[in-house]
Design a protein around this ligand. Sequence first.
Ligand code: IPE
Ligand code: IPE
Ligand code: MG
Length: 264
Amino acid sequence: MTSHPTTAPAMVHGLDPSIPGHLPAHLAVIMDGNGRWAKARGLPRIEGHRRGLEALRNLVRAADQRGIRFVTVYSFSSENWRRPAEEVSELLGLLRYFIRQDVADLSARNVRIRIIGRRDDLPDDIGSLLREAETSTAQNTGLTLIIAFNYGARDELLRATQSLAARVADGGLAVSELTEQHLSDALDTSGLPDPDLLIRTSGEVRLSNFLMWQLAYTELVFLPIAWPDFDAAALDGALIEFSHRQRRFGGLNEETAGQARGQG
Ligand code: IPE
Ligand code: IPE
Ligand code: MG
């Protein structure tokens, strides 16, 4: 990829980024359907994953152009280790390739990278690559790209519970003082706003263990297309759908919605 100067937010017909709440500040994406995309074309599954990486590159560019501040993508789940060893190793290879190939260019476009998911059971070289991607982009102030790798919401909640339990056990925190904020801060996503919009491609209508705490009030859009076919037009369709949704956060009007939105 070549480096591109930052452009002004693109105006998409029917979308007005100047209206508060019209555009999601945080978009989460379950990039699903790579294998079926490949199978339908008589190609090996890895070819679907390679084309999926192209779709991810296009997503980041398009989201940035539209003024979206945070994009979280599900790229490998804690359950994806159940796949054949060959596919797992190809997916790890694709992650290595992506970090080596794309991080410098993303950084030149002011993108900050953050990785969520369990680190301790990943191969050592991947651990270092992930740390490097985060540290080398930490000072950037543009779009934050959050990559969920070896991520599962149950695993994340378990690790958060363990860290809070350890603080209680050593006397640093009283059980009666525990708040939602403590749990939020103990998750991999600490400090990030909750997603406003979740898109899942491939036609599957489930969360597959993605961000279960953070998605409590997120608007959900399920698209029938496979991830490699996802493009800027598909993104705009989902954004327009989002702009028509009325978010209430349990309240009755926009005022309570605004208050809820302000919470971490
Ligand atoms: C999503 O595509 C990518 C990963 C889960 C790594 P899939 O590989 O799940 O593709 P399908 O769902 O089998 O078509
Ligand atoms: C979810 O897709 C994980 C990623 C997209 C990385 P899966 O393909 O693993 O989900 P299931 O197995 O169909 O629920
Ligand atoms: Mg799948």
